[in-house]
Design a protein around this ligand. Structure first.
Ligand SMILES: [Cu+2]
Length: 474
């Protein structure tokens, strides 16, 4: 078991933090059981609004966002206080193009420091959202994203020092879809048939307010794009679904309720070389896959549930439901060849990275040390390929970890000596490290010199110290 003491201590801190959110406005149903907030599949999915540039030059799209408190309509009958980019839960979707620069001015209108990280983005260290690079209340910071990397489903989220778990939990996360004009030629489902789905869990109190506590077993309300267990009306045709696990700790194992295959076309860092038909896919926190689902195989009127088979009850097993409507013409396809292969070549250095937590103190460590932003934990030569053996030294079932690298993409070689899931063979930035097990990854930093974080993306763990930094040297 995780240390009860650790949990309770953090819970107490959070209760204080949560007080910042004030008292939610309860419009009706004060006696409603917050744990079963609404009838499943009773409300439509919302697609996050697309951010609109405030200015466009020949090379660059400029955005201006305010990070602020707001209320969101998440549970029926309640207004829930959240932290949101532009006050939205999730934040607005940034649509970027490969080769075209994006600059986002992030204005901090909260009463605490924030930091913004573009997850999966290959950006210079000064724009990467290092926890030392804060935006104090009342200030802004311009983040420059060059978008010189393959098209991919990325996301941006808070990375404030020891605060990312709480800040992301309260809503500081949004999609950043990097698109490539070249990709349009593949004729994958696009436009209104290309839908980002941010999956996460949450815990609400009886007044419909988000309550942050580290004990994930209480986070048993599943949200998709900020709504509990929504439904989506689809036509009987192909759709591209961009699946992101935005939870702090929960794994999702996703499959369709009738067992029909899904076609995986992309992982964290972009398109796979070839599509993969799978019955299901497991995502640890922060991982993404893009899948194509052919609803054209169903009779109009069919209802198909996106199931989380890792869930233990009806509340955590039912993610959302698709309501299949009429047949429409569909010229999209999934070609046999998609993106570039990804191979980092032969390695010159082998390292071990050890993840573990101390059940007595509730502290989390990498290689025996909790995060210290003044300390460089490893030096890596730019352009050199390394193999990292990443070990999860914990053995209790609650202590799953994963590893996320800033500043590069990596190749996953094996897990516990055996093969990994098909989608994990593409460009990755986050990989699951099973309890008591290990993964081997091939790593190369090709871009900038400077410091990049690596950490467990179970954000409760990274916030409690399971984070370190590498310095890339010439
Ligand atoms: Cu962890």
């Amino acid at each position: 078991m995780l240390s009860r003491r650790g949990i309770i201590t953090l819970g107490a801190v959070s209760a204080t933090g949560a007080a910042v959110h004030g008292v939610g406005v309860v419009r009706r149903g004060t006696a409603a059981a917050a744990e079963a907030p609404s009838k499943p599949f009773s409300r439509p999915l919302l697609v996050p609004k697309t951010a609109v540039p405030v200015h466009q030059s020949s090379t660059t799209d400029y955005y201006d966002m305010a990070i602020r408190e707001a209320s969101a309509l998440i549970l029926p009958g309640f207004r829930t206080w959240i932290f949101g980019y532009d006050g939205l839960f999730p934040g607005p979707t940034v649509r970027a193009s490969v080769g075209r620069r994006v600059v986002i001015r992030q204005r901090n209108r909260l009463r605490r420091n924030v930091v913004v990280h573009l997850h999966g983005g290959l950006v210079a260290p000064e724009y990467d959202g290092h926890p030392a690079d804060i935006i104090p209340p009342g200030y802004y910071r311009d983040y420059v994203y060059p978008n010189r990397q393959p098209s991919a489903t990325l996301w941006y989220h808070d990375h404030s020092h020891r605060g990312e778990a709480e800040m992301v939990f309260y809503g500081l996360a949004g999609f950043y879809l990097l698109e490539d004009p070249w990709e349009r030629g593949l004729n994958l489902p696009a436009g209104r048939y290309d839908i980002p789905l941010m999956l996460r869990d949450a815990h609400f109190d009886k007044r419909g307010q988000l309550v942050f506590a580290m004990d994930d077993r209480r986070r048993d309300t599943l949200l998709v794009n900020g709504r509990p267990q929504p439904f989506l009306d689809v036509y009987a045709r192909r759709y591209r679904l961009r699946l992101l696990n935005g939870s702090n700790q929960r794994n999702f194992t996703l499959r369709l309720s009738d067992g029909a295959p899904m076609t995986v076309i992309a992982s964290d860092g972009g398109l796979l070389p070839a599509p993969l038909r799978v019955a299901g896919v497991t995502l640890s926190p922060a991982e993404r896959v893009d899948v194509v689902v052919d609803f054209g195989r169903y009779e109009p009127g069919t209802r198909v549930v996106l199931l989380n088979t890792a869930g233990t009850n009806g509340v955590t097993r039912n993610v959302m439901r698709f309501h299949v409507g009429r047949r429409v013409s569909d010229s999209s396809r999934v070609p046999d060849r998609l993106g570039q292969g990804f191979d980092l070549g032969s390695a010159t250095v082998v390292r071990d990275v050890n993840l573990h937590m101390d059940p007595r103190s509730g502290q989390f460590f990498i290689d025996g040390r909790a995060f210290d932003m003044k300390r460089v934990d490893m030096k890596i030569r730019r352009g050199e390929t390394e193999i990292w053996r990443v070990h999860n030294r914990d053995r209790l079932p609650e202590t799953m970890h994963n590893l996320h690298l800033h500043g590069t993409h990596f190749q996953v070689l094996d897990r516990n000596g055996g093969p990994v899931a098909g989608h994990e063979t593409g460009r990755k930035d986050t990989v699951a490290v099973p309890v008591g097990g290990h993964v081997r990854i091939k790593v190369r930093y090709d871009r900038h010199l400077g410091r990049y974080l690596y950490h467990c993306h179970l954000l409760d763990h990274s916030s409690m110290g399971m984070m370190a930094q590498a310095e890339i040297v010439g």
